[in-house]
Design a protein around this ligand. Sequence first.
Ligand SMILES: C[S@@+](CC[C@H](N)C(=O)[O-])C[C@H]1O[C@@H](n2cnc3c(N)ncnc32)[C@H](O)[C@@H]1O
Length: 243
Amino acid sequence: MSHLDARLRWIAERVTRGPVADIGTDHGLLAADLALRGWRVVATDKSTAALASARATVAAMGPALPIELRQGDGFDVIDRGEVTTVVVAGMGGRRIAGILDRAHLDGVERLLLQPNRGVVDLRRWLVEGGWEIDDEAIQRAGGWHFMMSAVPSPRVRALQDEDLVLGPVLRQRRCASWLEWVASEHARYQVLVRQAPRDSRREELQRLLELMQRVLSEPLAAPSETGRSVNREQNSPRTNRKT
Ligand SMILES: C[S@@+](CC[C@H](N)C(=O)[O-])C[C@H]1O[C@@H](n2cnc3c(N)ncnc32)[C@H](O)[C@@H]1O
């Protein structure tokens, strides 16, 4: 039985290459789950208490699992070229972008990110850094959780403001939770527009508000919430394990 909540399960199911870095592992549940799936994992956290918690999880779930726990800030404790997939989950988008900005990402083939807020900043960082967002999801669990997958791309296209704000993949999929989130953003933008001074910023807010209005008035399309665009490799993770 999986110990993961839906947001971490979304990430775990999208790992197609290892070794995997789980930056800010905290409880270590994702790292343990990935190791149980056959991936070699380097799980890091800058907090001593968090790392102790991860250590307890690993001890309980399988001390022989292929997980290395390391204490440190971001990529400080990851060797260059050591991992092919990077997970950073459960933090603000700006913090995640800051960690990635200071990282050496050579050889990294996929980023799996889960910002709780600051999602526009993170999307902008990805696109400007040559990462294409190839999968996204959103769920409500207390607050809103965004999940995203990004792959390096030499020809990543700049995102329009609409895509930065609403999500390039989410906009295409139009799942029910995204529409619920757009409705809540629409209500928030109405207040922002009312409060904004009459300048170009207000015009921009008004434009996004009208876009949200259009999105909400369009008929609901069929795609499933869990639809994905990631191509998974044919081989099982266990056969791909890199030691
Ligand atoms: C809210 S927890 C998220 C835990 C887990 N990733 C999840 O999504 O459930 C955030 C964790 O990230 C760690 N963290 C924050 N900034 C970090 C950094 N720059 N480097 C390493 N760990 C960091 C914190 O110590 C904390 O344990």
